[in-house]
Design a protein around this ligand. Structure first.
Ligand code: F3S
Length: 276
């Protein structure tokens, strides 16, 4: 049986960078889990002594703390600094960008519209950089209820779909004198999804690797299942069954955005050991 990896899979640039930063700061703690993958969090703890603080309150005074890829609100950052420990910023640069845009545009007097979920940590962080009116919306219906000034600046949550963002922008342009639009969408998630779809169409069996709680892995799995009936979502090599691969010609592999390379390699190794 042949084994093929999807063209794009696994860690995005921002997560790879955050893990490297955590590894470079042994003994630090992360504010919230660095990624949605328990095995990787355990590895960071075991090999680098990187511990987990679930909230600001849990951060000990003087403790070096790593900020996760989706950033934190400005106030929390200040409170963290007050604790006296080193603050190591692993916020993804694709998230820092909208934070800066929001700060700059609102200082210039623009009303800020963010296309995103106000309960998501990334958006809570981005919103906190506004010095004037700021609104997070998920639909045109929500936009209709707002009373915006003539000058509006718009950014999007990094994981939103461009087609949906266009609807928000298209609503605003004819209604305002000036609309500053920033494309802050990150394509990493979609690249993994497109590649999974392409491979699932050819494969006889698809293995989707990633945390059972990881929403982007679950999404990958549902895409694969649509195109390849024999698709399986697993977290570690122990879940593999030889029978899945019997009489199959092509096994496709993909992995969620928080699945480390070493887990993927272990799984491929075990599939090869089946000698099917
Ligand atoms: Fe950054 Fe995009 Fe990943 S925003 S954390 S590179 S999904």
């Amino acid at each position: 049986m042949e084994i093929a990896l999807a063209k794009n899979y696994g860690f995005c640039f921002g997560v790879k960078r955050a893990i490297k930063i955590a590894e470079e700061h042994p003994g630090s703690s992360t504010l919230g889990p660095l990624i949605h993958n328990n095995l990787e969090i355990e590895r960071l703890k075991k090999d680098f002594g990187v511990s987990l603080a679930n909230s600001l309150e849990e951060v000990k005074a003087g403790q070096a703390t790593v900020i996760r890829t989706h950033g934190i609100p400005k106030n929390d950052l200040e409170r963290l600094k007050e604790k006296g420990g080193e603050v190591i910023d692993a916020t993804c640069p694709f998230v820092t960008k909208p934070q800066q845009i929001v700060e700059e545009m609102s200082k210039e007097g623009y009303d800020i519209v963010i296309f995103g979920d106000e309960n998501h940590p990334e958006i809570k962080g981005v919103m906190s950089y506004a010095v004037g009116p700021v609104y997070a919306v998920l639909s045109v219906e929500q936009l209709e209820k707002l009373h915006l000034k003539e000058r509006v600046a718009v950014v999007a949550q990094t994981t939103r779909k461009i087609e949906e963002y266009n609807k928000i922008v298209n609503y605003l342009i004819p209604r305002h004198k000036e609309v500053r639009v920033f494309n802050t969408i990150c394509n990493a998630t979609f690249e993994n999804q497109d590649a999974a779809k392409e491979l699932a169409q050819k494969a006889d069996v698809m293995i989707v690797i990633g945390g059972k709680q990881s929403s982007n892995t679950k999404q990958l799995f549902s895409i694969c299942k649509k195109f390849c009936h024999d698709s399986y979502h697993i977290e570690s090599k122990d879940e593999l069954k030889k029978s899945w691969f019997e009489n199959k010609k092509l096994c496709g592999i993909t992995a969620g955005a928080s699945t480390p390379e070493w887990i993927i390699e272990e799984i491929i190794g075990k599939i090869r050991e089946f000698k099917v």
